[in-house]
Ligand binder design. Structure first.
Ligand code: GDP
Length: 296
């Protein structure tokens, strides 16, 4: 099925035919449509600018101007560039360390960290037969600790208890100790997040990271976050050496432009996509499919 962008470009090219040859300035008109499509998909403006500059260079280099179907040729280049930017074949979790491999979950409150912790626990348990322990360092919200307990049980993963009067660092260390003694393969550490970027919490998660030396530090981000995803991504990238991104709530009606923004800002591979509230609502991120979604 032709995408909305494809249709628009075809129309534009038809209008241009008869009037003039396809020229560099006509390519500019087409790129304007691409720019609009990306902005409509909520890709952040600076990211759109960079992306368009790259596409323009490729389009001119590959002689879109001289091609018979310049609209389609350009859509092809845009699609390919989008998929290449968002996906780089590193979707696998790297758990190749002396067990237990620690996975640290980072992100704003409500992004989906707790849900994703359990989803990943279930994946690892069912597909790779891993013995998985979860623990919550969210001492600010007792409900969050309980939530992790509930979803871990659904995932068939063991949950390590923590309480709001403990320090996150002590919790993580105790869980790691327990995981070592009981031969767990993986320890998933869920963390607190606030609604906005918060200095105190950033310091806390940095300290946590330094103490538990995770094999994976996953940045969980809500696909519905849109333009603002860029600021969140910047803050987390500055605080932590991110090893992967989980893009949640792709079952919502956003076009998912946050994927491009977050990937470009952090440089970390997008490993998973959250596609429902349910515990098995997780997929390996498919960059090509997602490129189609962004272009509408
Ligand atoms: P946290 O604060 O980062 O731990 O976020 P939660 O895991 O508590 O998730 C916040 C809300 O988003 C909950 O209502 C989840 O059920 C929901 N949620 C998380 N991931 C997804 C997803 O992929 N799709 C949908 N539809 N909802 C999700």
């Amino acid at each position: 099925m032709a995408s909305a962008l494809s249709d628009k470009l075809s129309r534009l090219v038809k209008e241009m035919r008869g009037q003039a040859r396809i020229t560099e300035s006509n390519v500019q008109d087409m790129l304007r449509e691409v720019r609009m499509a990306l902005l409509e998909a909520d890709v952040a403006l600076p990211v759109v600018r960079d992306f368009i500059a790259r596409v323009k260079e490729k389009a001119l280099g590959q002689d879109v101007v001289g091609s018979l179907k310049p609209g389609q040729a350009l859509v092809g280049i845009v699609n390919k560039e989008l998929a290449a930017t968002m996906g780089d074949g590193q979707a696998e979790l790297n758990l190749n360390v002396q067990p237990p491999a620690v996975i640290l979950m980072a992100g704003l409150q409500g992004a989906g960290k707790t849900t994703t912790s359990a989803k990943i626990a279930k994946l690892l348990k069912e597909r790779l037969k891993k013995k998985v322990l979860t623990v919550s360092g969210d001492v600010y919200r007792p409900a969050a600790i309980e939530q992790l307990k509930t979803v871990s049980a659904q995932a068939g993963a063991e949950w390590f208890p923590s309480t709001p009067d403990q320090k996150p660092l002590d919790i993580a260390r105790a869980a790691l100790d327990y995981a070592k003694k009981h031969y767990f393969d993986v320890l998933i550490v869920d963390t607190a997040g606030r609604l906005a970027i918060d200095e105190v919490l950033m310091e806390e998660i940095k300290t946590l990271h330094a103490a538990i030396n995770p094999a994976e530090t996953l940045f969980v981000v809500d696909a519905m976050q849109g333009q603002d995803a860029i600021n969140t991504a910047k803050a987390f990238k500055e605080a932590l050496p991110l090893t992967g991104i989980v893009l949640t709530k792709l079952d919502g009606d956003s076009r998912g432009g946050a994927a491009l923004s977050v990937k470009q800002i952090t440089g970390a591979p997008i490993k998973f996509a959250g596609v429902s509230e349910k515990i098995d609502g997780i997929e390996i991120f498919d960059a090509e499919r997602h490129a189609g979604r962004i272009l509408g």
